[in-house]
Design a protein around this ligand. Sequence first.
Ligand code: AMP
Length: 186
Amino acid sequence: MLLMRIMRAIYMKIEQIKETITIVKDYPIKGIVFKDITTLLEHPEAFKSTVDIMIDKVKDLDFNRVVGVESRGFFWSGSIAYALSKSYVLARKPGKLPRKAAEKHFTLEYGTNTVHIHEDAIKKGDRVLVVDDLIATGGTAMATAELCQELGATEVHIIALIDLPKLGGSKKLADKFGEVITLIDY
Ligand code: AMP
């Protein structure tokens, strides 16, 4: 009964969080329905609830590093790493990391990209939590997770605020890395 009440409260909170996200049609190119989370960030209650729910969902997982995906993964990943006192590693776009970095190319819902991680930021046997804002085709999270593995990570968990399940990315990621945690579906 208590569990049901807690689940219902979380569901309601997630519905409220969803209402603060703005849908922008044809951005950045025609045909893309962009989920703009800047309006969520402007709502202190929605921001706090989102972080609290994410932390609650990952707090019992076994990971020693949080890997935040540039750039909209940074708010969530930074908050999680801070709250759970975990090592915080940045997965960045080209030309942003000052020291020797490993890289991986991937395809986006619109365009292509490359993810970079400092070579010494992930050690053999690390268990990582990859954090992004949204999973579309899953290419970004897949490249980040695979790069972590190439650098020595033996366990990879993935969390994102939003999932676009129709694009199949979260399913692909789940097939390879196990459960993918997301809060909001479109
Ligand atoms: P993907 O690699 O296809 O899973 O795309 C995920 C990345 O692209 C995330 O970091 C998102 O920030 C961004 N992205 C892709 N599609 C959208 C969308 N429809 N709305 C907002 N962001 C998106």
